[in-house]
Write a protein that binds this ligand. Structure first.
Ligand code: ASP
Length: 437
């Protein structure tokens, strides 16, 4: 097949064209046109992906749990998955902390820029601080209470409640393993059918991915720039060092930690891995949502990497919901950057608090755009840094959100590949060329 017929090249071309068109539109003052005539195609694409997210998580997790056939296997694979998820998140945060302490980006923001940023984003900060306050006021065990829904339909009615949907699916899956096989069989067969249907729908949706990605990128650029491209460049210049620190950390984790783990624990050729997951990474970058990307993530894992359905349908929906290495790394860099900018020192104890809170916060972060910044407020408060400080970084947040979502999705796929390899459930496709790696 010629290279340009391959999906990931088509998506990449859509992404680059969207970027160029967005810049041109912002420079020419066409943002009204983009909002009215281009952005809706991006919204349709992202809505289609979100539309199938809840049925996908529900069906695939139920099928995933029941195909593990007994509770002992479930707890072994589940335990292994969660342990690797938490360990990789802790590594990500450590990388973030080392980088921000070495580069010290907070010492480069000029005082007048600091005041300007704080004034410009005052209103936005209030809204986010209020959300964080609601989260914080609810007592330490509220996180657990939130996972257990009181109604199936209300849990499934909002994609932000994905953790509740994960709970329902795991609970139902365990129940199905315990009831007599003749009663369980038709229920499992039903969800198996739903699963196959959703996978077919993903294939249909992906046909318009290049157009969707084009529209999303063009819209993102024009809504950041709002016909004033100059302002974006100014912001990037002031916060360039900070953004660089975040992106550097993400690159080290994505191209260092994951390949190392894949080589050591799964012995997967990196070329096969990264070319196989490219569509998921590109969709993650364009949508800023690991939840919306989940259908594509699962398709890449099963079709391009040969991860068994049993593993992918258990590990990936769970990962999209609780495993966010990119978000955690970004939260660590951002928290220390804000403290540095405001002239507040953070000792080792405070940095360890950041490590712990960021692990928990990344689990609680919803897999949707900008969710990470709300949880950042909680991290800031845990170390006594005023949350109004997030005004400093809001301007470049969307761009960094796109980057950290790529790391989040790559992390899920890495863990799925490792779990599959260690369970003897990885059937890597034979590469097109003679040998890979
Ligand atoms: N947008 C991220 C995700 O969906 C979450 C965040 O960091 O805001 O993975």
């Amino acid at each position: 097949m010629p290279w340009y017929r391959k999906l990931h090249w088509q998506i990449l071309i859509g992404l680059l064209l969207g970027l160029l068109f967005g810049l041109l539109a912002a420079a020419q003052g066409w943002s009204g046109f983009v909002t009215r005539w281009v952005a809706p195609f991006g919204t349709i694409f992202i809505n289609l992906l979100k539309l199938i997210a809840v049925p996908l998580v529900l069906a695939s997790l139920i099928v995933g749990v029941t195909s593990l056939s007994d509770l002992k296997r479930l707890s072994r694979i589940g335990g292994k998955t969660i342990a690797i998820y938490i360990a990789t998140t802790a590594v990500a945060i450590t990388i973030g902390l080392v980088i921000v302490n070495v580069l010290r980006p907070g010492h480069t923001v000029p005082p007048e820029m600091r005041t300007r940023l704080q004034e410009a984003y005052e209103a936005d900060v209030e809204a986010r601080a209020e959300l964080a306050e609601q989260t914080r006021q609810r007592g330490p065990l509220q996180v657990l209470v939130d996972i257990v829904p009181e109604n199936v339909f209300s849990a499934a009615s909002d994609n932000r409640n994905m953790l509740q949907v994960v709970f329902i699916a795991l609970f139902a899956g365990i129940g199905l393993l315990l009831i007599p096989a003749d009663k369980a069989r038709p229920v499992i067969a039903f969800f198996d059918g739903v699963n196959a249907l959703v996978i077919q729908l993903v294939e249909l949706i992906m046909r318009i991915a290049p157009i969707g990605v084009f529209a999303l990128l063009a819209d993102t650029i024009t809504s950041i720039a709002r016909d004033n491209l100059q302002q974006v460049f100014e912001l990037l210049a002031a916060l360039g060092y900070y953004s660089l620190a975040v992106v550097l950390g993400l690159v080290i984790h994505t191209l260092g930690t994951y390949p190392l783990l894949l080589k050591l624990l799964a012995r997967v050729p990196l070329k096969t891995f990264f070319s196989g997951i490219a569509p998921a990474q590109l969709v993650a970058f364009s949508t800023s949502s690991s939840g919306a990307t989940l259908p594509v993530t699962m398709e890449c894992a099963e079709k391009n990497l040969g991860v068994s359905e049993e593993v992918s349908s258990f590990v990936l929906p769970l990962g999209a919901t609780i495993n966010m290495d990119g978000t955690a790394l970004y939260q660590a860099v951002a928290a220390v950057f804000i403290a540095q900018t405001l002239g507040l020192g953070l000792d080792l104890g405070a940095q360890l608090t950041i490590l712990l809170t960021a692990v928990l916060a990344s689990i609680g972060t919803a897999a949707v755009p900008s969710a990470g910044i709300v949880m950042l407020v909680i991290i800031l408060e845990s170390v006594g840094v005023p949350s109004a400080g997030i005004a400093l970084i809001l301007g470049v947040d969307r761009i960094l959100d796109m980057c950290r979502t790529v790391t989040n999705v790559t992390g899920d796929l890495t863990v799925a590949t490792i779990v599959a390899a260690t369970e003897g459930q990885l059937a890597l496709p034979v590469p097109e060329t003679k040998s890979a790696s």
